[in-house]
Design a protein. Structure first.
Lengths: 388, 293
């Protein structure tokens, strides 16, 4: 099992890093704390992103570290996908001397960690948490890295409108910021551009049975020509399985969280499903080169664009330390907040002038015959993006 | 539309009934609420996935998956619960939590934390029209399988010696042992049956959700526990009644609650459970003998 092998190597890495901590602690070292999920529901998102980050830090360390000066020591602790546990391990990482904090791919645990780092001024970056309320809920140390939910939703809505879609059904779950808000952002843009919301439904995350909701959709007097949801695993497979099982053929669109091998492996079931990604590896692109390098590094191809997003976090930190010229957390924070048109792997990344959710391109993808096909890449017009 | 929702409700209720019955059989004999019951489902789910990936025909894969659940249940009893026999209810409960957590971590680290897609055969995800409404093949199979399993279990408990001994053991285990019936055999059979039910429920569950993941057992065991308590802990007919009641309430609320209140669905369901227990503290159909603790 490759995952067992990875685990083994991770343990080895941890041991090596641990020994390094005792023997070579020096002034030219910077500790990055990663409070991320190795187990539980967020693990399938955190782990790929962390693998990308680890790769970039390894490469940077080989060139002298962040800003060419500060060798990175990455301390990783498991949050078990639990919000309270995230705060506990974040505190442990702060106590261990972390000057930069990396948090899970979700708003709630990221906010709980951010509440500890904010008073200390430690710059905190979520791996792929994309709720735009995330940074405001914490304060000026908190940064998103992935395209924000409202930006993604605008991109999908723009595309749906361009396809001539007129009536949408929104399926949300109040259980997370992502599942609750993203479809609503879509709805706002869609309505503004002439579409109509003909119905709304809700689900509980982890709910096995969507039959009642699907019967409601079938019974709508005003038939939708699109269903928009931010449901992901395991809810999205269950929903679409039961939807198609009930003979409903209305297209379903989602966002980044369904760009995963699990959803792809559903094959014919997800034909026509549109989702988003942080980038698309066109031939000759930087992303294609990254994918090849990552495959060499990790022994398997990237599962999604979470890997490259994690890798770009390393590049952003490197640039920020370079600009700051020191390892002072506050100076690093200011440097990240001032980044403008920074050349990442997927395109230009800008923090300057934003609410610390980056402006960056969104790739629209569509599943066809068990493969994710690229539709288009765009940066939505800032005026269209609804407020968080 | 109403007929459609009734079918949805019966289909979900049937799966809950299978699950609750699995918990109740073990509880009625050993006095243990086996919270690792959900992990039996997870195991069956992975067995189904592995069999399909290996290219077994679907019926064979189902057989493998259900037998895996049954054997795992027997193994679980042998390894984890037999050494605890006679221990207090609390110790047994904690043991089952420990087994559950252990298995989850084994699944996560040994297989993958990521859900794995399970490709059910195309005909299972289809639908057929019946009058002016369409019925999914999946829900229909759920209903038929649940009904057959419940009937088969009833026949087994009524007609076979072991079954009779199990019913007797649920009422007074000591007397059954005095009659010369080995306790270990009764207990192992109870676990075997509960594993079979978990395996069957897992197939129906996976057919609905199209993926298996290490944590998938949590929700079903919770629902089964609620259903078993509402029905009357330790009572087999009660577990079935509780399962159907829970399924019907959930679907009805989902179908009828207005959008603003819909997020409180689970809270409303659980309030309903409390209301039932206030009126009937021993459950809908109380066990013949109160629990031994």
């Amino acid at each position: 099992m490759p995952s067992l092998y990875r685990l083994h190597r991770a343990a080895l890495c941890a041991a090596v890093f641990g020994i390094a901590a005792i023997s070579t602690a020096s002034a030219e070292e910077i500790i990055i704390g990663a409070a991320t999920a190795q187990t539980g529901g967020l693990a399938p998102y955190d782990q790929p992103a962390l693998a990308g980050l680890r790769m970039s830090l390894d490469e940077l360390n080989a060139k002298g570290g962040l800003g060419g000066k500060y060798t990175v020591k990455l301390l990783i602790k498991d949050t078990r996908s639990d919000t309270a546990q995230t705060a506990t391990v974040a505190q442990e990482l702060i106590d261990a001397g972390a000057k930069i904090m990396i948090t899970p791919c979700d708003a709630d645990p990221s906010i709980s960690a951010g509440q500890l780092t904010q008073p200390l001024g430690i710059p905190t970056l979520t791996l792929c948490g994309s709720a735009p309320v995330l940074t405001g809920a914490v304060g000026d140390v908190m940064f998103g890295t992935y395209p924000a939910d409202n930006v993604q939703a605008t991109a999908v809505a723009d595309f749906a409108v361009s396809e001539g879609k007129k009536k949408v059904f929104l399926l949300t779950s109040p259980d997370s910021t992502y599942t609750a808000n993203l479809p609503e952002y879509f709805g706002k843009v869609f309505e503004k551009k002439g579409g109509a919301i003909v119905g709304r439904g809700t689900f509980s995350m982890g709910q096995p049975d969507f039959s009642a909701e699907i019967t409601n959709i079938k019974g709508l007097a005003d038939k939708p020509d699109l269903i928009m949801t931010a449901a992901y695993e395991p809810d999205f497979p269950a929903f679409i399985q039961q939807l198609r099982g009930a003979g409903v053929t209305i297209p379903v669109y989602g966002a980044d969280a369904i760009g995963t091998p699990t959803i792809k492996a559903l094959g014919k079931l997800v034909d026509g499903v549109v989702y988003t990604a942080a980038g698309y590896a066109e031939p000759g692109s930087k992303l294609e080169a990254f994918n090849a390098a990552f495959t060499k590094y990790a022994g398997h191809a990237p599962e999604s664009t979470y890997e490259v997003n994690g890798y770009e976090i390393g590049l952003i930190l490197d640039q920020a330390v370079k600009t700051a010229g020191s390892d002072d957390p506050k100076a690093i924070r200011d440097a990240i907040a001032g980044l403008k048109d920074f050349e990442g792997i997927t395109g230009k990344i800008t923090y300057a002038g934003t609410d610390r959710m980056p402006l960056r391109p969104v790739a629209l993808m569509r599943y066809e015959g068990g493969e994710g096909k690229h539709v288009q890449t765009l940066i939505p017009d800032a005026a269209d993006v609804p407020a968080p | 539309m109403i007929a459609q929702q009734i079918i949805n409700a019966v289909s979900l209720g049937g799966v809950y009934a299978l699950l609750a019955l699995g918990l109740a059989i073990v509880f009625s004999i050993v006095g243990l609420i086996n919270f690792a019951h959900g992990e039996l489902m997870t195991l069956s789910g992975y067995a189904l996935l592995a069999s399909l990936v290996l290219g077994f025909p679907f019926p064979v894969a189902v057989l493998v998956a259900v037998s895996c659940g049954a054997l795992a249940a027997v193994a679980m009893e042998r390894i984890a619960f037999r050494p605890m026999r006679g221990a207090s209810v609390t110790s047994l409960l904690l043991t089952s939590f420990a087994v559950s957590s252990l298995l989850k971590v084994v699944f996560q680290n040994g297989i993958s934390a990521r859900p794995q897609a399970v490709a059910m055969p195309g005909w299972m995800t289809g639908a057929f029209s019946f009058g002016d409404f369409t019925i999914g093949v999946g829900p229909s199979i759920s209903i038929v399988v649940s009904a057959l399993a419940l009937i088969a279990l009833e026949v087994f408990l009524r007609r076979s010696v072991t079954g009779t001994a199990m019913r007797a053991a649920a009422e007074d285990f000591d007397v059954v042992r005095l009659m010369g019936i080995p306790a270990s055999r009764i207990i192992a059979t109870a676990f075997l049956l509960s594993g079979l039910l978990a395996g069957l429920a897992a197939i129906l569950w996976v057919a609905q959700r199209a993926s298996v993941d290490p944590l998938m057992g949590f929700t079903p065991v919770l629902k089964a526990f609620i259903a078993a308590v509402v029905g009357g802990l330790g009572s087999l007919p009660g577990a079935v009644a509780g399962g159907f009641l829970l399924g019907i309430i959930e679907v009805l609320l989902q179908a009828t609650l207005p959008g603003a209140i819909a997020p409180y669905r689970d809270a409303i369901v659980l309030s309903g459970v409390i209301a039932v227990l206030l009126v009937r503290p021993q459950g809908l159909i109380p066990a013949v003998r109160a629990q031994r603790s």
